[in-house]
Design a protein around this ligand. Structure first.
Ligand code: GLY
Length: 562
């Protein structure tokens, strides 16, 4: 695969041993792409070296991820872009999925008003109207330099001619085989016969996806939201009783929004506003911990961990109550990030005992979301910076492939609260702010983030991980800004997560000492299971102007740079 070969020869240099990280620290002087797949990162780098800017590379990486990382890379899902151009202007693009026109508040309830298990997160009924292609077209038409066709071409090539499966990708496809068979009656796309499994290094060829990408390449929006691709989506809906219509597809538009900008000790933190909760939550978290001497305490001290957990507990309580799609509900943004309010919230924090979550707020519960999403960070030679998080929601979304079109539909409808006051499968008890309405966008935790210092680009970061997205970005940002770790150390450092409810804190297994967990337990902290906490992709700009990459060693994540 030509991009992979190019990747092997890029002119970066590696510094490894001294940093004590599993993956080498990569630095470069011009452009850098960090994504969850080596081939997608290499595609982005190729575009930068061809003269494309960070947005061009982002579009190419997105389509490449849709081919090589089908569990989260997508054309059937949605996402968010936070963009800072080289002149220092900030932008936020919302291409989150929307509830279909036929969607309604009670669509996942039975006649008794109980939630129908699974309906909101597996199968065709769980899909929101996809936004990704509209997002790509919109960001390219506003900022792109290279032609659209040049940016889609690498993905077409990968889908048509195939790419070698990594161990992780092969495992993911095999693990989901039973669901694929169940949700795709009569289809064999990406499904191995009974006795067969996908093997590491095996070539994955996606002919139908290549054809969809060719239509997108030739007709942009109309290659997805109209014509043959739209026909195929709607046929799949009819076959399986889904509700996304031609009208839904025709009406979909990506929306430019005002980024959330928050200062933290002289840094400026630029984040995604609602319908993501990420930017608001990160702004709240940073302000809540600002007055504590975290750097003096160090990243692993009980005090640092306690302060961060207690801030997280309070922020997730707000998230559950106040956040939703700003086109449908009034979100009290100013109030939520008001310094006096946040300082007041932390007054009940004590180093002697955990604050029970029921004392922070009662009656509402926050979302616990599935961990499959993906993030990529890009900085080009001029200093344009892209931070994109995109998702199908669950791993492989709804598990439904659009027949003849070769791509998966999201199950993003599960990010709505299916019923106010009742938990869904992931423990989510939502509120009115996030109830389903036709054309509304579901609340997200995605936290694509850019940080500046003295008006100069400092850091680009983000991660997948459901509700742990917010806390992982928070922790990695502090690892760099407070603890002075390099980017690779910062993303690899052991992580923990708290989200108000359930009461438990989730610590990465075997990465915290028994002594420390015992001490925290004796103060009332409860512990919960941890499947995975994020795959952070970060780029740090050093004072010399060099770009320093951080690719999470928890996944296939890769820095490509020149
Ligand atoms: N589906 C995960 C999120 O948007 O937060």
């Amino acid at each position: 695969m030509k991009f992979l070969i190019t990747f092997l020869f890029v002119s970066f240099y590696l510094i490894s041993e001294a940093q004590n990280t599993q993956k080498p620290l990569v630095e470069s002087s011009k452009g850098m792409v960090v994504s969850t797949h080596p081939v997608a990162s290499a595609v982005g780098l190729e575009i930068l070296k061809k003269g494309g800017n960070a947005i061009d590379a982002a579009v190419a990486v997105n389509f490449a991820l849709a081919v090589c990382h089908p569990s989260a890379g997508n054309i059937g899902g949605g996402g968010f872009l936070v963009y800072r151009d080289a002149k220092g202007q900030n932008f936020a693009l919302d291409y989150r999925e929307k509830a279909p026109l036929k969607g309604h508040r009670d669509m996942y309830l039975d006649e008794k008003g109980n939630i129908i298990p699974g309906k909101s997160f597996v199968g065709i009924f769980s899909a929101g109207v996809p936004g990704t292609v509209a997002g790509m077209v919109e960001m390219h038409s506003k900022f792109g330099k290279l032609t659209w066709a040049e940016l889609v071409a690498p993905a077409i090539d990968l889908a048509k001619n195939g790419l070698d499966l990594t161990e992780k990708e092969a495992r993911g496809l095999n693990r989901n085989k039973a669901d694929f068979i169940k949700e795709n009656p009569g289809k064999s796309y990406l499904i191995k016969s009974d006795t067969n499994t996908w093997k590491t290094g095996e070539k994955l060829i996606q002919t139908d996806l290549a054809e969809s990408l060719i239509r997108i390449s030739e007709k942009k929006l109309k290659g997805f939201y109209a014509g043959k691709t739209a026909d195929l989506i709607v046929s799949e809906m009819k076959r399986q009783g889904g509700i996304i219509s031609k009208k839904d597809l025709k009406k979909y538009r990506a929306v430019w929004r005002q980024p959330i900008v928050q200062s933290y000790k002289g840094y400026e933190v630029i984040g995604m506003p609602p319908p993501s909760s990420g930017g608001v939550a990160l702004a709240q978290l940073l302000q809540m911990v600002e007055k504590y001497p975290l750097a003096k305490w160090g990243p692993s001290s009980d005090s640092t961990i306690q302060v961060m957990i207690e801030a997280e507990r309070r922020v997730f309580a707000d998230r559950a109550k106040w956040l939703g799609d700003p086109d449908f509900v009034k979100v009290p943004l100013k109030e939520l990030v008001d310094p006096a309010y946040l300082s007041d919230r932390m007054k009940t924090m004590s180093f002697d005992r955990a604050t029970p979550s029921k004392e922070v707020a009662a009656g509402d519960f926050p979302a616990y979301e599935s961990p499959e999403t993906t993030h990529y960070s890009i900085v080009d030679a001029d200093g344009n910076a892209v931070s994109i998080t995109t998702t199908l929601n669950n791993s492989y979304g709804s598990k439904v492939f659009v027949g003849g079109a070769g791509f998966l539909l999201n199950d993003e409808m599960d990010d709505f609260s299916a019923k106010a006051g009742a938990p869904n499968l992931y423990g989510l008890i939502g509120t009115k702010a996030n109830e389903i309405q036709p054309q509304k966008r579901m609340l997200s935790s995605m936290t694509p983030t850019i940080i500046t210092e003295n008006n100069q680009l400092k850091m680009v970061l983000g991660t997948p991980g459901g509700s742990t997205i917010i806390t992982s970005v928070f922790q990695v940002a502090l690892n760099v800004l407070e603890m002075k770790m390099n980017m690779q150390q910062a993303v690899e450092f052991p992580r923990f997560h708290h989200q108000w409810l359930p009461e438990q804190t989730r610590f990465e297994p075997k990465r915290f000492s028994e002594d420390q967990l015992f001490r925290l337990k004796s103060k009332g902290y409860e512990f919960g299971p941890t499947a995975g906490i994020g795959l952070v992709e970060g780029i740090l700009i050093l004072p010399s102007g060099k770009r320093q990459g951080g690719a999470d060693s928890r996944g296939d994540d890769t820095v490509s740079a020149y």
